[in-house]
Ligand binder design. Structure first.
Ligand code: GLU
Length: 438
């Protein structure tokens, strides 16, 4: 039997990481088994399912490299099949018509549950059961003639020959109904794997309020798709040892349900950033600079005067500090504009200090006298000033850093000064003295 999995999103706007993780697991399992991975757009809610929302799904999948094997199925085109299945159930006595309100509003079609306790095996959660009394009959076609989710979902899975249904565990309760419909329609019951929720630090479902939650946001922030992919796979699954950075082929080889955890998986943004940094390290440098430049352009920090050589030097000096492409603008913007903001905390801590203006002035003088302005020469000059003043070099390093970059955080000072160059460093110290001490 060839394994066939599917991702069946309801396109409602943004693609949540919980949903795309379900897509990733479906994709990985199909690839692991040499089977097929399909896409079904569950777009029967005509108000919420817009073409833009469908496009958002396709873009997210494309960005993450989740290729599907057959033409996507749009559920809205399958209504006739759903209604035909309802007719078949009516004819077989497994469904019946009911005027629900009793007010002549028209009849809906009810599915008749078997009336026995039910159980199904979940590849992640084990055996799940439910008592007959908690499994009442339910509507499968509304009185306005539209099929409900449960019917469409099952009929489409039968049509598409889906063998494994991998989805969020918010669908566990539905599954008892779905199993009953599969049985009533005489179709083989697929295997189920219900994935644990992604939760926040408080153990509540992870949402927009907790931070970035949609695939598009991670893309805009400058995350690498491979890093997000790797991170989301680990959010609920492990390879059985402590490896974390695993390339796609390795994930395909290792993935199965036995090591998917059944407890909720906690979103950890710091870990994702770390992961991104790991992928950044091995990214070809031309790709890295191209993407960084694109961010600078979007932020209005790029101008034609920036030479390829200068840009390389900046990226070199920033090194592993650039974990996201957007870091180049957020953390290294001062390399590209003289109009950089001063971080208030850094100013309070490093500039508004007894002796800071005298230190800056002394350094300015020492730097002005340098013939060659390199990491080495500025380092030496700064230490000489410190010695002369009988102070710790740190007393000078920090104010200089804040003066030339606006922030107390950043790469090693001296290489950074070399990249900025003598003229700019002097001008920035002057400008800082004027702004904060005049
Ligand atoms: N459209 C449903 C959802 O997004 C499908 C669930 C399923 O995978 O069966 O929740």
């Amino acid at each position: 039997m060839t394994v066939r999995t599917r991702f069946a999103p309801s396109p409602t706007g943004n693609v949540h990481i919980g949903n795309i993780r379900a897509a990733i697991y479906n994709w990985l399992y199909a690839r692991h088994e040499g089977g097929q991975f399909l896409l079904r757009i569950e777009d029967t809610d005509r108000e919420r399912s817009t073409p833009e929302a469908v496009q958002a799904v396709l873009n997210s999948m494309n960005w993450l490299g989740l290729n599907f094997d057959e033409t996507p199925v749009y559920q809205s085109t399958q209504l006739a099949a759903h209604l035909a299945a309802a007719e078949k159930l009516l004819a077989g006595g497994q469904a019946y018509k009911l005027d629900k309100g009793g007010a002549g509003k028209g009849e809906c079609i009810m599915f008749k549950m078997p009336g026995t306790d039910m159980a199904f095996h979940d590849e992640i959660k084990g055996d799940l059961r439910k008592a007959a009394k908690d499994l009442p009959d339910f509507v499968i076609v509304r009185s306005n003639g539209t099929p409900v989710f449960h019917l469409g979902n099952v009929v489409d899975d039968i049509d598409m020959n889906i063998t494994h249904i991998i989805r969020g565990d918010d669908h566990v309760e539905n599954t008892f109904r779905h199993v009953a419909i599969f049985q009533a329609l005489g179709a083989p019951i697929p295997k189920y794997a219900h994935l644990p929720m992604i939760v926040n630090a408080q153990g509540k479902p992870y949402s927009k309020r907790d931070g970035d939650a949609y695939v598009g946001e991670f893309r805009e922030k400058g995350y690498l798709p491979e890093a997000l992919f790797n991170y989301l796979v680990l959010l609920g699954w492990s390879p059985g040892d402590d490896r974390e950075v695993l390339v796609r082929d390795e994930l395909i080889r290792l993935f199965d349900f036995s090591r998917v955890q059944s407890s909720p998986a906690q979103m950890d943004m710091r870990k994702l950033q770390w992961m991104n940094g790991e992928y950044m390290k091995v990214l070809p440098s031309t790709l890295r600079s191209e993407q960084c430049r694109a961010v600078l352009q979007t932020r209005g920090l790029w101008h034609d005067g920036i030479s390829a050589d200068y840009f390389d030097q900046v990226l070199n000096v920033m090194g592993e500090r650039i974990r996201l492409f957007t870091d180049v603008a957020d953390q290294a913007g001062y390399f590209f504009t003289d109009n950089y903001p001063y971080d208030e905390k850094s100013v309070q801590k490093r500039l508004k200090k007894e002796g800071a203006s005298e230190s800056l002035a002394a350094i300015r003088e020492a730097f002005a006298g340098l013939e060659v302005f390199t990491a080495e020469s500025t380092d030496k000059a700064l230490h000489a000033v410190a010695e002369q003043k009988g102070i710790h070099p740190g007393e000078l390093v920090h104010p200089v850093r804040v003066a030339v970059s606006g922030t107390a955080a950043g790469p090693s000072l001296f290489p950074m000064l070399e990249v900025l160059g003598k003229n700019r460093v002097l001008a920035r110290i002057d400008q800082t003295l004027k702004q904060f001490f005049a």
